[in-house]
Unconditional design. Structure first.
Length: 211
């Protein structure tokens, strides 16, 4: 896999242009973009940069982080607070993401999206109001393990860290086996439309747009 040096700002502009010219794969009115990567990678910042570049093009954009869709602590910690398998397959409420985010953006959907559901600090529902994403709007979702659930993304970007960089920059090393499992079972660098190498956050490199 060949990588070419790029800045985060230029990456966002190019990806926004690519998304702006894309067509929803489900025939509906909303495009869906996934920015996948571990917490040690700047997925949230990348999502916000792309969103801002899309807004400059006149598109309505909603940024959603999967960190707002964690399951309650009683379920996340059922097998202990540092179980990598539970982190990989049981921490994020994928059912709620389908129901509250992707479902309303299907063809013929309402466009009423819940931007977050659960506050992990208080371990209570956020009670955030629904957000109306108008037809022609773009959902930009960011978080880890996005590519293993058949989420209906039209464009996917994987922020890749080498095993060494991931180990150095991960604040909770007990999660590392979960990312090794993700590599083995999903192969995010192989299935994403765009891969960005982010070992050095000051000097990203990317594979370019899909051919």
């Amino acid at each position: 896999m060949r990588y070419e040096a790029i800045t985060w700002e230029r990456l966002a502009r190019i990806l926004a242009g690519h998304v702006d010219e894309a067509t929803p794969g489900d025939g509906g009115d909303w495009l869906k973009v996934g920015i996948d990567g571990p917490p040690a990678a700047p997925t949230g910042e990348t999502a916000e940069r792309i969103a801002e570049a899309l807004r400059l093009r006149g598109r309505s954009v909603l940024v959603v982080g999967t960190g707002g869709f964690l399951r309650p602590a009683s379920l996340r910690y059922e097998y202990g607070k540092q179980d990598p398998d539970a982190y990989y397959s049981g921490w994020f409420d994928t059912g709620a993401l389908w129901r509250e985010v992707f479902g309303p953006l299907e063809a013929g959907g309402s466009g009423r999206v819940l931007p977050d559901l659960w506050d992990p600090v208080t371990d209570r529902a956020t009670r955030s109001p629904y957000v109306e994403l108008p037809p022609g709007g773009v959902l930009v979702m960011h978080g880890p393990f996005l590519l293993g659930h058949w989420f209906p993304f039209d464009v996917t970007v994987h922020l890749r860290l080498s095993p060494g960089a991931l180990a150095r920059r991960t604040e909770e090393p007990w999660t590392l086996p979960a990312f090794a499992r993700y590599e083995d079972e999903v192969g995010p660098s192989d299935v994403a439309d765009v891969v960005v190498r982010a070992d050095d956050p000051r000097h990203p490199a990317w594979t370019g747009l899909p051919g």
